[in-house]
Design a protein around this ligand. Structure first.
Ligand SMILES: [Zn+2]
Length: 517
């Protein structure tokens, strides 16, 4: 054999699977993150009498956020991982993730289409085991929602006649903090409800951004319901409050290491530029009128959706009732959210909700809404969180918001119940029950009549629901604080329909009616 032939033979051996297929981990792209990577073991296993396969075990860790210079007692968090591995085709990989959750996380061969690891590939929590069929794979905690993705969606949303965009400040690293205002500008702003929503305080919480994106998409879909909501409401939305954290693939902090979720009651020199920008804008917008609703969108490791409800003791009976009404409306007819999933805590000024409570008291319901990464209702045998069910959840969230604000539309007709004739009904203002508005009708007598006049916009059959207002302290009872179907009506053309009911049918409490075609 000539020297030249030997050289070509060696080149073939190397390129056929030795030198060029070394496994490499990297995180040199947007929102990527990995801490340490340690090779634990590498063995050739005979998969058939004639074939061998390389089996590799790694221990990796999620990268820690920078040290928090403001809340010095807090140790830095690590949770988010999103990395690329090359040279994996045809090899069996065991990846042990040390300081984060790996409960059926996601992988992708093209960094665009992500899927969950199957149950058999992740039998032990924290350990992925898979033979990859392509040479490059991306692995992440959840389907990434990056700055590039938001830029694309933002450009699309900005083209809508209902959207106005502005920059309200800059992050520590100079990224724009952007606010979108969504409303129907042909309707008078003075009578509109006002809703603030912000997201991605914690950069690792990617499911929350998908939920918010679908909520904005739904608001702008041109449907009867969305158009009515925009004619009656102004939505102020900041999709990314922490763009540096999102871009840098951090877990819970901004680029400075500060967790800006708990930076709202600090003296000025210790307040982060992101919080200053949000506070400044909120102060400006609320000079004339407070917000009616303030949603802080997060995601949590527990396999449940939750609202963080502030206790009546730390706020007021009225505030507790309002929060419970919003929760009950969100849980209503929602396959992914059970009353038992609600969380309760005292309001505290270091959080935005506490800052809002101290300024606006009972006027503004400010709550954190959490979506899970894994499954819903603590049920790992049920549906796992996907973009599809986050989209359905967003539709549900928007119904809850419009009902809570009392926005009636032809697609979702709300009506007030009135006393019919002389009766034993009493108007009661009792914050121990989750009803709409300032008071509801209560009676302990049988056969007391109520009615409602409802404009039905077109021919068809409408289902009729009554709101079963019950005690807020029985919040885990599935039979109260929900829309209950009580009948239907069919009309052959647009007309006004008079609904009649009795105290027996309503268990002695009369509140709102809902008509759905
Ligand atoms: Zn969070």
């Amino acid at each position: 054999m000539t020297t030249r032939k030997v050289f070509i033979l060696l080149l073939n051996i190397f390129s056929s699977g030795f030198l060029f297929s070394q496994v490499q981990f990297s995180s040199d792209f947007e929102s990527a993150s990995i801490g340490s990577v340690k090779l634990l073991d590498s063995v050739w296993i005979k998969s058939t009498p004639t074939d061998s396969m390389l089996s590799l075990s790694y221990e990796i860790s999620s990268r820690f956020d920078p040290l928090n210079p403001v809340d010095t007692s807090l140790s830095p968090s690590a949770r988010w991982y999103y990395f690329r591995i090359t040279g994996v085709k045809g090899k069996q990989l065991f990846i042990n993730i040390r300081n984060s959750e790996a409960i059926r996380p996601f992988y992708s061969y093209d960094n665009k289409n992500f899927q969950r690891f199957e149950y058999v590939e992740n039998i032990n929590k924290g350990q992925i085991n898979k033979i990859f069929i392509q040479d490059t794979v991306y692995i992440c905690h959840f389907i990434p929602y990056t700055c590039s993705h938001l830029n694309k969606k933002y450009a699309e949303w900005a083209g809508s006649e209902y959207v106005k965009t502005e920059v309200i400040g800059q992050s520590q690293q100079g990224r724009d903090i952007r606010l979108m205002t969504l409303t129907d500008r042909s309707a008078d702003d003075a009578n509109k409800k006002r809703v603030w929503i912000h997201g991605r305080v914690h950069p690792s919480e990617h499911p929350s951004s998908w939920h918010l994106e679908f909520l904005i998409d739904k608001l702008l879909d041109g449907s009867v319901h969305s158009r009515a909501l925009l004619a009656n409401t102004i939505f102020y939305i900041v999709p990314f409050t922490n763009p540096d954290g999102v871009y840098g693939g951090l877990s819970r902090s901004a680029s400075t290491g500060v967790n800006i979720e708990i930076n709202w009651d600090r003296p000025d020199p210790l307040t982060m530029p992101e919080v200053k920008a949000l506070r400044g804008k909120i102060e400006g917008l609320t000079k004339e009128k407070p917000f009616d609703l303030f949603l802080n969108m997060h995601s949590q490791i527990s396999g449940t959706i939750t609202y963080w409800i502030h206790t009546a003791e730390s706020t007021s009976e009225l505030m507790f009732r309002k929060q419970m009404l919003l929760s009950a409306l969100t849980i209503n007819d929602n396959p992914w959210f059970a009353p038992a999933d609600l969380s309760f805590s005292d309001v505290a000024p270091r959080y935005v909700e506490g800052w809002i409570w101290n300024r606006f008291g009972n006027n503004t319901v400010a709550v954190t809404f959490e979506t899970p990464y894994t499954y819903y209702k603590d049920n790992k045998n049920g549906e796992w969180v996907s973009l599809d069910n986050l989209k359905s959840l967003a539709n549900n969230s928007l119904f809850a918001i419009s009902d809570y604000l009392g926005v009636s539309s032809d697609a979702r007709i709300l009506a007030d119940v009135k006393v019919s004739g002389s009766s034993g009904w009493k108007n009661v203002n009792d914050d121990s029950m989750a009803y709409f508005g300032n008071e509801c009708l209560i009676t302990d007598k049988a056969r007391q009549r109520v009615s409602a006049k409802v404009k039905l916009p077109e021919a068809g059959t409408y289902k009729i629901y009554t709101w079963v207002a019950g005690a807020v302290e029985n919040w885990s009872d599935n039979l109260i604080n929900r829309w209950k179907e009580v009948g239907s009506v069919t009309v052959s053309k647009k007309r006004t329909y008079k609904w009649r009911g009795t105290s027996d049918q309503l268990n002695g409490v009369a509140d709102k009616l809902l008509f759905l075609k």
